[in-house]
Design a protein around this ligand. Sequence first.
Ligand code: KG4
Ligand code: ZN
Length: 328
Amino acid sequence: MFTLGIETSCDDTGVAILHNEREVLCEYLSSQIKDHSRFGGVIPEFAARKHLENLLPLVDRALEDCTLSGNSLDLIAVTRGPGLMGSLIVGVQTAKALSQVWDVPLIGVNHLEGHLFAPLVDAEDLNPPFLSLIVSGGHTEIIRVDDFGKYELLGQTRDDAAGEAYDKAARILGLKYPGGPEIDRLAKTGNAHAFDFPVPLKNTHEVEFSFSGLKTALLWQVKKCGGNIPVNDLCASFQRAVVEALTAKISLAAKLTGITKISVSGGVSANSALREALTNMKGLRVWLPKLSRCTDNAVMIAMAGRNAFMRSRGVCGEVEADPSLHEL
Ligand code: KG4
Ligand code: ZN
């Protein structure tokens, strides 16, 4: 079974072809980071236009590289939400057109379910039940996975997502967009205990997150520092608080559910300090995607779409772009 995955929910155009459950035949990503970084964030209209330029050439290249023709595909899986409306429309409308021309079934994928599948691509030994922390630019939530398609949201952020907090913190520090990789890099040579930033909601008994207060604490600290800003120490201290907040709630969720298998995905799962902290958590077994599949990509969409297609025995339903799609 050959599945073409298409991801265009934000500023990355992703195309991948998957053979059967998890054999990745090819994967391409056209990142727009350079285009958007001069504006300090993603410009939605611009992102949509770039997807329009990039998507079909990537699909052509993928088919050529895998020596497949469009009508030899068995399924097209496309992200239908959540995300930026214009970006989603380009992906969904293109996928619909290809599905009609090639007479191939089309399935819409929730971007969050895509992230949930990212660690599974390389992990045959990760099976439900497990807990999934999705930690990206738009979401920070812990989901209980009793089976594929059977998800329960255990808790999420009250305000900013962790990736959003990284991006806002970077902006406060005058670093370029996206802020996560920059802070991660600079934190490596900083002192994580130089500033005693609070670990948000660390001791509450709920599975919940909050990152906007931490960002404000950083802002006040920067103002206090005046002209002499110790950027690396601030990055390391900010990152320590984020990582502690995430790991504390993973521990709590594991304790409350008795589930000790944990998968972590989404852009922030690329963070080196978080990855290290996760692999050292006692009593838990943690799965992470490889670095290139932490952030948005089409392999995870292809795998999630194929799994949903098999679960529904080939019933795909209508596929429409839905920017505020949430519940899995
Ligand atoms: O999953 P993703 O590509 O897009 C969304 O679905 O949101 O995540 C992007 C987010 C951005 O906020 C970015 O700053 C963050 O992931 N990110 C990181 C790292 N790499 C990307 N945050 C912390 N450390 C990193 N190494
Ligand atoms: Zn994402």
